[in-house]
Design a protein around this ligand. Structure first.
Ligand SMILES: Cc1ncc(COP(=O)(O)O)c(C=O)c1O
Length: 417
């Protein structure tokens, strides 16, 4: 087994990694080579929806791999139809078309390209093309040049100037600031209904309703980044519906949970008419976008199997039941190191009271606590400086939730006061 020093010698040091080296998983559990057992409430950063070693998923992948892994998008790929149909008819229940990518950042790049085409098809009042996309502080939209330009966090942009132009970041849930910041060149609003990496911050229902109104009034596209909060984790297949069921987006991006750990991303574009009988999806016609790997038979098989299990086993409803247990248990502790629990379903952020924790100088409280939790056998990743996340596989059992909360409380006791 290679050591952390070997990793540092050969792998680019873009991640500050915790000293945990899983080699095997089953359900919510991971083991390292020495047999140490971890409860995985990170789930590959909200990705392993069905946990580790899921039998239907691993069998479906193995079967498809032996039949056909890849054939490229010059040819008809039946599995794309099956997966797109499930996304459109069962997850969104909104008509439109799907493009398959390989990651969340790539899916968001697709939404950015759509917004640019829309801004040209429907120019501003003086006939000038519109190109500006408004996004929000603490958002995260990925690490491509498009993704970092869209992201409302300075740290992801450092040293990468010149950035892709055409983005401004505003305060989430501040409708009057949003209203006053719409300019003639603005063509779209991009948001996460529940911000994940930025610390589990929710758009309010009133804000989402206001955004929808502003989009109608100013002819803007409403783009929803569901990469982290979509496909069941928040208790709804469409994550935003756990806050505002009536919201109708123009385009949606996904990745993470869609493949249960297998890399796949996707975005959907609505079929509402934009110009001369052209539907919105028609702005992205032949030659406008592409991906060699996107939507391979193998990736789509993973996606189909994951969505079937999530839907047929009613895992979103289970996520809501687990959320209730977690909230009730944490409230009963009245722990001075916890300020609040934010989020929905199994995308939860535990806010930390930094004053109540003993944290080594210079280290964010969230990273310190995540490290302590990992050494106690619970993987619970940080989100922002003062929040740790609980986002286990959607298949997690009640017993595993209870055990994780016990570890959490003991670790907080040990590191606070
Ligand atoms: C909301 C959101 N959008 C986009 C991304 C980027 O996804 P990926 O890492 O698959 O490119 C992430 C990743 O954390 C995310 O949380």
């Amino acid at each position: 087994m290679n050591t952390a020093e070997d990793l540092a010698r050969y792998v680019l040091p873009t991640y500050a990694r915790f000293p945990v080296a899983p080699v095997r998983g089953e359900g919510t559990l991971l083991w390292d080579e020495d047999g140490n057992r971890y409860l995985d409430f990170c789930a590959g950063l909200a990705t392993c929806s069905l946990g580790h070693g899921d039998t239907p998923l691993s069998r479906a992948i193995a079967r498809q791999a032996s039949e056909l892994i890849h054939c490229c998008n010059l040819y008809q790929i039946d599995k794309q139809v099956e997966l797109a149909r499930c996304l459109v008819d069962e997850c969104l229940e909104l008509p439109g078309r799907v493009f398959f990518s390989n990651s969340g950042a790539e899916s968001n790049d697709g939404l950015i390209k759509l917004a640019r085409r829309f801004g040209q098809a429907r120019p501003g009042p003086a006939g000038q093309p519109r190109h500006e996309i408004l996004t929000f502080n603490k958002s995260f939209h990925g690490r491509t040049l498009g993704g970092i330009a869209a992201t409302g966090q300075e740290k992801v942009k450092e040293g990468f100037a010149p950035l892709l132009p055409g983005f401004r970041h505003l305060e989430l849930n501040d409708l009057s600031s949003l209203t006053s910041n719409i300019r003639p060149e603005t063509c779209a609003i991009l948001l996460e209904a529940i911000q994940g990496e930025g610390g589990i911050h929710l758009a309010s229902r009133e804000f989402l309703q206001g955004v929808q109104e502003l989009c109608k009034e100013h002819d803007l596209l409403l783009l929803l980044d569901e990469v982290q909060c979509g496909l069941g984790r928040t208790g709804e297949m469409a994550g935003w519906r756990s806050i505002e069921p009536g919201l109708i987006p123009d385009a949606v991006s996904w990745a993470k949970g869609l493949g249960g750990g297998f890399p796949i991303g996707a975005f959907w574009i609505s079929e509402r008419i934009v110009t001369d009988n052209t539907p919105l999806f028609g702005l992205m016609g032949a030659g406008s976008h592409g991906s060699t790997f996107g939507g391979s038979p193998l990736a789509c098989t993973a996606g189909i199997t994951v969505l079937r299990e999530v839907i047929d086993q009613e895992l979103p409803a289970r996520a809501l039941r687990h959320e209730r247990t977690i909230r009730e248990t944490i409230a009963s502790w009245q722990h001075p190191a916890i300020t609040e629990v934010r989020g929905k379903g199994l995308l939860l952020g535990i806010g930390l009271n930094i004053e109540a924790l003993r944290v080594p100088e210079g280290l964010p409280a969230s990273i310190h606590l995540s490290g302590e939790l990992a050494s106690a056998g619970l993987l619970s990743p940080p989100a922002g400086p003062d929040t740790v996340r609980l986002m286990p596989p959607l298949t997690v059992s009640s017993g595993e939730i209870d055990e994780a909360l016990e570890i959490f409380r003991h670790t907080l006791d040990r590191t606070s006061g």
